[in-house]
Design a protein around this ligand. Structure first.
Ligand code: GDP
Ligand code: IMO
Ligand code: MG
Length: 437
């Protein structure tokens, strides 16, 4: 029996994936990140203690669970070591239960410098609003076959040679194209080798490992970072991150076969947020936006930026359910909607010029600008849902709101999160109840 599941975001990130992975991984064997890097920020709240993770999977609070980074993840070794050390200071020991794929492409200082230089260039009219972690440039290196991968560091002479070549290439670009400071080859080489010594024992063939463990019926969670609307192929391009944060990333980013996945859970907030620039049809700017931002504590975990706020968009969710082949849905932040007089949900888009309904997902920046969202308005519930753990206990208006989403999207809502703490959750799916045990 296959026992591996995927948990991924289906909006623009920050849907609450970390909390859900922490909850569902209590009795799992492996939790695997398959894409992205330390642009992610996942917050866990357990026994009043907050743990923030960027690169390391959200299972760290369960001491018997092994954390894995697949080949699809991009890693700054110095940042990885810093994250391990900062967890250690909090009493969370991960160094002997973290596995790194031998083909992870590395992020170096020149990627970060280039990311920042592009984003801060006043002539750049289409700033993405990246996290400045060097993610885009690192994936560019991978695709252009220039990346230095973690297993290259076993051969220090070879690493020396290819790093020198890359530093030369990037310094030319930084200096001549962006008139910005160059990087120091020697410093990067030394810092990387020091960090490598600390993580060398973690390196393995992750594809073989996971395929074998799945065959032995081990419980495995694949943890998505970002959200499907930030996917490089299926998101709101070019305002996206540079990896496949939708389902395809699991396969390419770990080397696990598609038939080895049993269940795919899509995580969505009951409203919408986005950090950085790009299309956001249901975005709101009024007092409601300020209210939801404050109540939902909508500030980025990685950069501290205020998240943009909007109503739930079922038009986009429908498409994200389709591309990810979702088995079930998890709705988070139910409690943030408590005490609102009314709640809006976008159910379709109209074309600004023709006033006709739009049937296909907009593919260009111009087409996103022509959208008018159409809303269905729900009566709010004048009660707190915070911490509720059974569906029947939810106010009737909240049940009605969830049932509407479920039937509109034609997918089962398997989990509802009613607060940031681990157990402030309604687990509806029998399969997930069993998976946790
Ligand atoms: P991720 O990137 O998808 O893991 O999400 P983040 O951790 O960046 O952002 C989600 C935030 O919402 C975190 O601060 C969580 O503690 C918090 N959170 C998660 N679920 C809930 C919920 O149901 N209610 C409330 N109020 N907060 C939640
Ligand atoms: P988690 O895993 C929200 C956004 C950035 C920017 C765009 C590209 O916490 O959900 P990048 O640095 O990746 O090149 O930036 O993607 N972004 C995220 N937004 N949550 C994230 O991760 C994000 N990771 C990247 O804000 O708009
Ligand atoms: Mg986040």
């Amino acid at each position: 029996m296959i026992n591996s599941i995927v948990i991924l975001g289906i909006q623009w990130g920050d849907e609450g994936k970390g909390k859900i992975v922490d909850l569902l991984s209590e009795n799992s064997n492996y939790v695997v990140r398959y894409q992205g890097g330390n642009n992610a920020g996942h917050t866990l709240l357990v026994n009043k203690k907050k743990t923030v993770l960027h690169l390391i999977p959200s299972c760290v609070l369960h001491k018997d669970v092994i954390a894995v980074l697949g080949n699809g993840v991009v890693v700054s070794l110095t940042d990885l070591v810093n994250e391990i050390v900062s967890l250690k200071k909090k009493g969370i020991f991960i160094q002997n239960r973290l596995i790194l794929s031998s083909s992870i492409p590395l992020i170096f200082e020149y990627h970060i410098k280039l990311d920042k230089a592009r984003e801060c260039n006043l002539l750049n009219k289409s700033v993405i609003g990246t996290t400045h972690k060097g993610i885009g440039p690192a994936y560019e290196d991978k695709i252009s076959r220039r990346a230095i991968r973690i297993n290259d560091l076993y051969y220090s002479d070879y690493f020396y040679k290819i790093l020198k070549k890359n530093v030369k290439y990037y310094n030319f670009t930084l200096k001549n194209l962006y008139q910005t400071k160059t990087v120091d080859f020697k410093k990067i080489f030394n810092k990387t080798m020091i960090a490598f010594k600390k993580v060398k024992h973690m390196i393995q063939d992750v594809s073989c490992l996971l395929n074998n463990k799945i065959d032995k019926n081990k419980k495995i969670i694949f943890e998505g970072a970002q959200g499907s609307l930030l996917d490089i192929d299926h998101g709101t391009y070019p305002y996206v991150s540079s990896s496949n944060s939708s389902i395809g990333g699991v396969i390419t980013g770990t080397g696990v076969g598609i038939k080895k996945i049993k269940y795919i859970l899509g995580v969505s907030k009951t409203y919408c947020t986005r950090v950085g620039n790009g299309p956001f049809p249901t975005e709101i700017f009024d007092d409601m936006s300020k209210y939801l931002c404050k109540k939902g504590k909508e500030f980025g975990t990685t950069t501290g930026r205020k998240r943009r706020i909007g109503w739930l968009d079922l038009f986009l969710l429908k498409k994200m359910i389709l591309i990810n082949s979702l088995s079930g849905l998890c709705l988070t932040k139910m409690d943030v909607l408590d005490f609102l007089p009314e709640i809006k949900i976008c159910i379709k888009y109209l074309d600004k010029n023709s006033n006709q309904e739009i049937s296909s997902y907009p593919m260009t920046i111009q087409s996103w600008k022509n959208i008018i969202p159409v809303y269905k308005i729900f009566k709010g519930w004048n009660k707190s849902t915070r911490g509720i753990t059974s569906f029947a206990e939810l106010p009737i208006e909240a049940q009605h709101y969830i049932n509407y989403i479920q039937s509109f999207l034609n997918i089962s809502i398997d989990l509802i999160s009613t607060g940031p703490n681990r157990h402030e959750t309604i687990i509806i799916s029998k399969f997930l109840k069993k998976f946790i045990k």
